[in-house]
Ligand binder design. Structure first.
Ligand SMILES: *Cc1c(COP(=O)(O)O)cnc(C)c1O
Length: 427
């Protein structure tokens, strides 16, 4: 499908039925697969033949949907995971072990920050956090001899900073390590990080890709560009024999196009088992079929709402990377000239109480810990996700007490604006 344009890949990627086969992707709701001989099955366990034997490792429905996302991102191999958290954990843990170090942007999803700074730290992996617009010199200064990867988000959730992907890629490569990009908020419709030098892309498919608040999921895509063998001393897991698979060496056997995903499937999915259900993969695929249509509308609605809010006397500030007045605008235009996402954040004059009162008056956007849904939703982090923090701590974390995060859905933008106007009237 490489030669088709994005819209065609969204609808038809990953699956080409043969004569008389189902037009829609089959849901292979089976934990296990039948073989004629033990020798046939043994080949699968030695990774000598490809095929299915147990759905904890691989399932045909999940692989079909992973193949579609792979085509959309322009990669060479991909796998689905049961959540975005699992995707980011597997991606980093596939190349960084106890005693290693990773550099990450400080503007990332709170769940990912916690995974890195708390949970993976307990596993002996250290993280250094740098600004999303760090200069080459600042990035270089964060490197150590045991650094194994650089990580960032295209558009940070919820801070909405735009990562300087090209600079991050350049410095990562100069130090012989890959750049991992969480592309959840932009989706491949608005940004394809591989085109800017990223090596591996991750997604929380729970957000825009599913897009209907129906299925939690994640995805990992490999560009196939990173030359693990050229830095073999840094990546022994990919470049030396794996005793748990009869001494196979992933880069020798699967090349730089397939080694990373094969290792993550064969070792991490085998041992941790964060696999999605075939049913969830099917639901995700329904979302992918309309992703290109929906992203355009999410973005248009958010731009209309942000433009309205920016001029409103009861609003103290607005953050939306595609607003010309926004400090992220230049990066947004460079990496995402056709649009960013549907999420905006803003401050309501009157602080915490005014923000809470305003949200309580909205009739279309519901209060939810979610974003990127067809239905608009909003969250007041100071009284929800960041509730345990004092106002001073909130400000230090970049989440001011008056901050409202609004995820613009697919409703009519004039209805959204009228609803917001009526709610602002009451405060
Ligand atoms: C939600 C989110 C995650 C975590 O994904 P889950 O599917 O909730 O596990 C990771 N990264 C980003 C940018 C997210 O928005």
């Amino acid at each position: 499908m490489k030669n088709y344009r994005m819209e065609t890949k969204c609808v038809q990627g990953g699956y080409r039925p043969g004569n008389g086969e189902p037009r829609q992707i089959p849901i292979v709701q089976s934990t296990t697969f039948k073989y004629e001989s033990s020798a046939d099955m043994g080949k699968l366990f030695d990774l000598e033949a490809s095929g299915y034997f147990y759905s904890r490792l691989q399932n045909p429905t999940c692989d079909t949907v992973a193949a579609k996302i792979c085509e959309m991102e322009g990669g060479t191999a991909a796998m689905l995971t049961s959540s975005g958290q699992a995707a980011n954990f597997y991606t980093v843990f596939n190349i960084a072990n106890c005693g290693d170090h990773v550099i990450a942007s400080s503007a990332i999803y709170g769940g990912t920050y916690n995974l890195f700074a708390v949970t993976m730290k307990k596993m002996g992996i250290e993280f250094t956090f740098v600004q999303p617009h760090a200069t080459k010199e600042e990035l270089q200064a964060a490197f150590r001899p045991n650094t194994k990867a650089v990580f960032g988000e295209t558009i940070a959730n919820p801070a909405l900073n735009v990562l300087d992907i090209e600079t991050f890629a350049e410095v990562a490569h100069a130090n012989g390590v890959p750049l991992i990009i969480d592309n959840t908020f932009a989706t491949p419709i608005h940004c394809r990080p591989f085109e800017w030098g990223a090596d591996i892309v991750t997604h929380s498919t729970t957000k825009y890709m599913d897009g209907h608040g129906a299925a939690v999921g994640g995805c990992i895509v490999d560009s196939g560009n990173f030359d693990w063998k050229a830095h073999a001393e840094k990546f022994p897991g990919l470049c030396t024999p794996d005793d748990s698979y009869h001494g196979i060496t992933y880069v020798e056997r699967f090349g730089k196009e397939g080694a990373f995903i094969t290792k993550a499937t064969a070792q991490l999915m085998r041992d941790f088992g964060s696999t999605p259900s075939p049913q969830s993969a099917f639901i995700l695929n329904l979302g992918l079929e309309s992703l290109h249509v929906r992203m355009k509308r999410h973005f248009e609605n958010a731009l209309a709402v942000a433009t309205y809010l920016e001029k409103h006397e009861k609003i103290s500030w607005v953050r939306f990377p595609s607003l010309p007045s926004d400090s992220e605008y230049a990066f947004a235009q460079k990496y995402m000239p056709n649009g960013t996402c549907g999420v905006i954040s803003f401050g309501v004059k009157g602080g915490r109480e005014a923000a809470e009162r305003f949200m309580g008056q909205l009739r279309i956007a519901a209060i939810e810990t979610h974003v990127a849904d067809a239905r608009s939703c909003c969250l007041h982090p100071a009284s929800a996700t960041h509730r345990q923090m004092s106002d001073a701590e909130l400000t230090a974390a970049g989440v001011s007490p008056d901050l409202v995060r609004l995820s613009c859905g697919l409703e009519n933008s004039e209805d959204l604006i009228e609803d917001i106007a009526a709610a602002l009237e009451t405060i």
